[in-house]
Design a protein around this ligand. Structure first.
Ligand code: HEC
Length: 286
């Protein structure tokens, strides 16, 4: 079907309106008790026009995810081979992937079978489906963490959010701020008079303050391969860095392109000015 100009321009107009709505629609952090608690703003390595993901932190974050989160949370948008981007060699990625088992098949007898995961496989999910995940977690669903840093960024509509993330206004990083706060600072004793159901914990930063996730991190709960002290805040910072990379792995390339475009535009403007001067230089003489 041919898309006529009219329907195309309608689509563009609709997108523009959606963007404007997204920009203006600051959503408050949901809070059933009525007081909004914004996560404190952290320093992240990837902000600013030249910011990059701190590879050492992201590698430690992979360790935290694997040891402390992967039993409940999938990371299904990620392939093992993507890990070379964090500075691992192909050999290391192969070894890492081989620790996990994926179902494959059918073989020549029509049977499904398990084999060690390959770099070309997606991160193995802890549960085969949502029902199984809920059944194992008292009815609560541990969300896939592939895009969680984007999903929990302070509520701009999606187009507005991307725009602001591009400008490095708090958009994208606020999702990492949230994760850090939720994991490292959020679990506190409930204030007096707050009743929690069995299987719920009080968390300052969780929407409604009741979370069905037991505190997943504790000091020195992970022994870092690079010798970094695994304080609670360090682990939360590292896993948030890893998940920020997972949610936006092309961030650095996009920034690089942006910087190149700006340099090109600056040079090209210079050339245009020079050409203009030369062209008009003779004309003025006569
Ligand atoms: C024992 C299982 C379990 C482990 C381990 C676990 N989680 Fe969770 N997580 C859950 C469940 C269940 C929920 C859903 C909670 C709810 O809806 O109240 C959840 C929710 C979350 C959320 C969403 C909170 C929100 O805003 O809705 C994030 C983010 C999260 N977990 C991150 C992590 C990270 C990071 C780790 C590892 C450091 C981790 N979890 C370890 C079970 C777990």
């Amino acid at each position: 079907m041919r898309i006529g100009f009219k329907s195309f321009s309608l689509t563009v107009a609709a997108a523009a309106i959606a963007g404007a709505v997204g920009l203006s629609g600051f959503a408050k952090p949901a809070d059933a008790a009525g007081k909004a608690v914004y996560p404190p703003e952290m320093e992240w390595s990837w902000t600013g026009p030249f910011g990059t993901f701190d590879r050492a932190a992201a590698q430690r974050g992979l360790q935290v995810y694997t040891q402390a989160c992967a039993a409940c949370h999938a990371l299904s948008q990620m392939f093992y081979r993507n890990l070379t981007d964090l500075g691992y060699t192909e050999e290391q990625v192969k070894e890492f992937a081989a620790q996990f088992e994926v179902q494959d098949g059918p073989d020549e007898f029509g049977e499904m079978f398990f084999r060690p995961a390959l770099p070309s496989d997606r991160f193995v999910s802890p549960f085969p489906n949502e029902q199984a995940a809920r059944a194992a977690n008292g009815g609560a669903y541990p969300p896939d963490l592939s895009l969680i840093v984007k999903n929990r960024a302070l509520g701009f509509g999606s187009i507005g959010e991307n725009f602001l993330a591009m400008l490095q206004i708090r958009g994208f990083s606020s999702g990492a701020d949230y994760l850090h706060a939720l994991l490292a600072e959020g679990y506190v004793d409930p204030p007096e008079g707050v009743e929690l159901l069995p299987g719920q914990w009080y968390n300052t930063y969780m929407a409604g303050n009741a979370i069905a996730m037991p505190p997943p991190l504790y000091p020195d709960g992970v022994e870092y391969e690079d010798g970094t002290r695994a304080t609670l805040s360090q682990q939360a910072y590292d896993v948030a860095t890893f998940l920020a990379w997972a949610a936006e792995p092309r961030l650095e390339e996009r920034k690089e392109t942006g910087v190149k475009v700006l340099i090109f535009l600056a040079l090209f403007t210079g050339i245009l000015i020079a050409v203009k001067r030369r062209t008009w230089a003779d004309v003025k003489k006569h």
